[in-house]
Design a protein. Structure first.
Length: 257
């Protein structure tokens, strides 16, 4: 089912496919410039391999959802998005989901699992951030330059339309703000109780492997990881078969715990 639902006074685009009645739901959280459409066929293929239902949505300001009210974000914007995720899942009557989050989506998944430790069956995070690194800021500056000098804006407009400038500025200006340099979620990770898989490309242009190592070091329950050589920030696009295979293996082991 593809629809826009009203949540907290805003219209949010949701795709919810319930092809496996009675089974778990796999929830996909897109990255800082992403959308449901930009996941392409990855959610459907992974859900088929696991034998579960799946849901993806465009966060406020992205894709087919309502626009952001402003490009100015608070430092804790991903915590706010974690609360929004919980509200959406409750509205859809989804309990004990498995969450797959990429980049910002991965960080939001970690936030939600830390704040609501009993709510999730497992989370898979891909290229998530738990603190600010120099390489991240370099990547954001490079993207900002590309937005001004290449067709990046036009490519993003295919998915975000009139929202493109606002969401791009929200991403770049937040990460490059002086008051964001000390942002970190390291102190809350110890409260996560569900199994966690961290996936990262060895050549991720937005973060080092310290993001993964520090995350898993602070989590007590069942954890696993996948580092993919010669891969950048989007392993599920660059090496989809590797990501799906590892995810299936992880869930088979993790959900037995």
């Amino acid at each position: 089912m593809k629809e826009s639902i009203n949540l907290n006074g805003k219209n949010i685009y949701v795709e919810h496919h319930e092809n496996h009645p009675g089974q778990s739901t796999l929830v996909f959280l897109h990255d800082s410039l992403g959308s449901t459409e930009l996941w392409r066929d990855f959610p459907e293929k992974l859900a088929q391999k696991i034998g579960c239902n799946w849901l993806s949505y465009d966060r406020l300001g992205y894709g087919k959802s309502d626009a952001m009210p402003t490009h100015e974000r608070p430092v804790n914007y991903m915590e706010i998005e974690a609360e929004f995720l919980i509200d959406l899942l409750k509205k859809r009557n989804i309990e004990r989901p498995i969450v797959f989050g990429h980049c910002d989506g991965g960080t939001i998944a970690l936030w939600a699992a830390a704040k609501y430790p009993d709510y999730f069956s497992a989370i898979i995070v891909e290229a998530a951030h738990i603190f600010v690194e120099g390489i991240t800021l370099e990547g954001v500056r490079s993207a900002k330059e590309s937005y001004a000098t290449t067709n990046l804006k036009e490519r993003l407009e295919r998915y975000h339309g009139d929202n493109t400038d606002t969401l791009f500025n929200a991403w770049t200006e937040t990460w490059l703000r002086e008051d964001y340099r000390m942002w970190s979620i390291e102190s809350i990770l110890h409260t996560i109780e569900c199994p966690v898989l961290f996936i990262q490309g060895e050549k991720d242009e937005y973060g080092t492997l310290q993001q993964m190592h520090k995350t898993l070091d602070k989590i007590n329950p069942f954890t696993d990881h996948l580092i993919i050589p010669d891969v950048g920030h989007t392993p599920h696009k660059e090496k989809p078969d590797d990501v799906m295979q590892k995810t299936v293996e992880f869930l088979k082991s993790a959900l037995k715990q």
